[in-house]
Design a protein around this ligand. Structure first.
Ligand SMILES: NC(=O)c1ccc[n+]([C@@H]2O[C@H](COP(=O)([O-])OP(=O)(O)OC[C@H]3O[C@@H](n4cnc5c(N)ncnc54)[C@H](OP(=O)(O)O)[C@@H]3O)[C@@H](O)[C@H]2O)c1
Length: 329
């Protein structure tokens, strides 16, 4: 089968399309004929050699797929060959065929295209898990979502608008993307280039109360302003550390304000835990895709042969929402 391979680790030039053996589904797995996948920031880090796949997962890039079930491994119930599905995969999405655990599959609603479905599993499930399951975010509450132009947080804004319609969203973004972020559903926009310490603006906006939740992938540089923006019993969920991994924390303030800092990853969770998250997402969020309340925002669809251009677009932060790689015809 055709797949995107790495000729060593490095820049987008190491991505080469080549031929490898089709994978075989093992117990509780299915083989998916991949129609599309999407580019996620961690793919770039894996390409650079700094984010190896979990043991046992494919070395091929790609954390999610949409496609058609081609074959069932032993012990799979509830799915059949020919079903239109989307799924998280531990790796292997940038290929004509990928294996997925049966309990990670979701049916693609009839109203959705394969390109749209290829955007759902990594970004939307990450946003859903951290905002609604770990962050316990509710209608009427206020959150800060950082980087509202990216895959995870365009998804985060859309999910909050659909599942917690009266919540208030403070969103950081680059000036070029602020208008589009506002259109997706942000209430207050903060230009992160001009205002690296956003906590005073947040205090003013929330009448000094602070926010109930911060979803952060910036890490060290934002720890202080994030904590200064949190309300009593507020939660800071950290899903990335792009600015660094070490920062100072005032433990006394955190204790007195009964705040929580939660670290979270999706990819390396046990198969059963990911299955539970997918089940909860299927129950609460998938109907919002089926009825078109949420339509994934796609910046551009590339073909598999244009994979290096797709990575460069993300590397240069030129995208808004998701970048799709079309694999099957
Ligand atoms: N832990 C997990 O389970 C998990 C899962 C998936 C992703 N992640 C992490 O989540 C992050 C986002 O992933 P993604 O796929 O959404 O990437 P993405 O599409 O590239 O989005 C990243 C966003 O961050 C914004 N940004 C850059 N510097 C910023 C700053 N100083 N303050 C606020 N925003 C800033 C960018 O803004 P502009 O484009 O406007 O410049 C961009 O919109 C990555 O760090 C990724 O590794 C974690």
């Amino acid at each position: 089968m055709k797949a995107v391979l790495l000729e060593g680790f490095g820049g987008a030039e190491v991505l080469k399309v080549g031929e490898v053996d089709k994978p075989t589904p093992k117990e509780n797995e299915v083989l998916v004929k991949v129609m599309a996948t999407s580019i996620n920031r961690p793919d770039l880090v894996q390409r650079e050699g700094k984010y190896p796949p979990p043991p046992g997962d494919s070395e091929i890039l790609g954390l999610e797929v949409s496609g058609i079930i081609e074959a069932l491994g032993p012990n799979v119930a509830g799915w059949k060959v020919g079903d239109r599905v989307m799924s998280l995969v531990g790796g292997g999405g940038y290929a004509e065929y990928a294996v997925a655990y049966a309990n990670h599959l979701m049916p693609i609603p009839e109203s959705m295209t394969f390109e749209e479905a290829a955007c759902v599993c990594e970004s939307y499930i990450t946003a859903f898990l951290n905002i609604f399951m770990l962050g316990e975010f509710k209608d009427g509450q206020t959150a800060i979502l950082h980087g509202g132009g990216g895959g995870v947080n365009t998804a985060g804004i859309q999910l909050c608008r659909a599942l917690a319609p009266t919540s208030r969203l403070i969103v950081t973004a680059s000036p070029e993307k602020m208008e589009r972020v506002k259109a997706v559903g942000a209430d207050l926009l903060i230009n992160f280039r001009e205002t690296p310490d956003f906590s005073e603006i947040v205090k003013e906006y929330t009448s000094k109360k602070g926010v109930d939740l911060v979803l952060d992938h910036i890490g060290a540089k934002y720890l202080a302003p994030n904590m200064n923006s949190l309300a009593y019993k507020g939660k800071l969920v950290i899903i990335g550390v792009t600015s660094g991994i070490k920062a100072e924390l005032n433990l006394a303030l955190m204790m007195v304000k009964r705040q929580q800092i939660i670290g979270s990853v999706l990819r390396s969770r046990p198969v059963s835990e990911k299955g539970e998250i997918v089940a909860e997402f299927t129950r609460r969020a998938l109907p919002k895709f089926a009825d078109r309340t949420i339509i994934p925002i796609i910046e551009k669809v590339f073909t598999i042969d244009q994979v290096a251009d797709a990575h460069l677009m993300m590397e240069e932060d030129k995208h808004f929402g998701k970048i799709v790689l079309k694999i099957g015809a």
